[in-house]
Design a protein around this ligand. Structure first.
Ligand SMILES: [Zn+2]
Length: 132
């Protein structure tokens, strides 16, 4: 039985996902320094820039339900399982972002599809270099 890409992605949920590594290397090469998965902030952001009070999340389009994205669609099968599960992840994401912002930090979400298309460097630079 062939698996769709989303189903396949769902099986390899891990902490050091490939898009995250790509983003990390790129940001490091741009000269920014950061910490990883800081447990001090809600949702353990993937990249934390303490002196700038900014964080970056690298989100998989499927798990985090990227709006208007092909990979962000709920699978057609087992919707009774997927809809609540994915909705929970999405609401937890927005709660985490609100909580981080309430602490006076700024958040940026980089989506997996933008990483694949290498469309993130300018967004990251603008985010990190902007005043709080
Ligand atoms: Zn996407």
């Amino acid at each position: 039985m062939a698996m769709s890409r989303s189903e396949n992605m769902a099986r390899i949920k891990s902490k050091d996902t490939q898009p995250e590594l790509v983003v990390r290397r790129a940001i490091h090469a741009m000269g920014y320094r950061f910490r990883l998965h800081s447990g001090k902030l809600p949702g353990k952001p993937d990249l934390v820039f303490p002196s700038r009070r900014k964080v970056i999340f690298v989100h998989g389009c499927f798990w985090h339900q990227h709006a208007h994205c092909m990979e962000g669609r709920v699978p057609k099968s087992r919707q009774d399982y997927w809809i609540p599960k994915l909705a929970k992840t999405k609401s937890r994401d927005s709660e985490n972002i609100s909580a981080i912002e309430a602490l006076g930090w700024k958040c940026l979400v980089i989506w997996e599809c933008n990483v694949e298309e290498a469309r993130f460097a300018d967004v990251i630079r603008a985010f990190l270099d902007s005043p709080l």
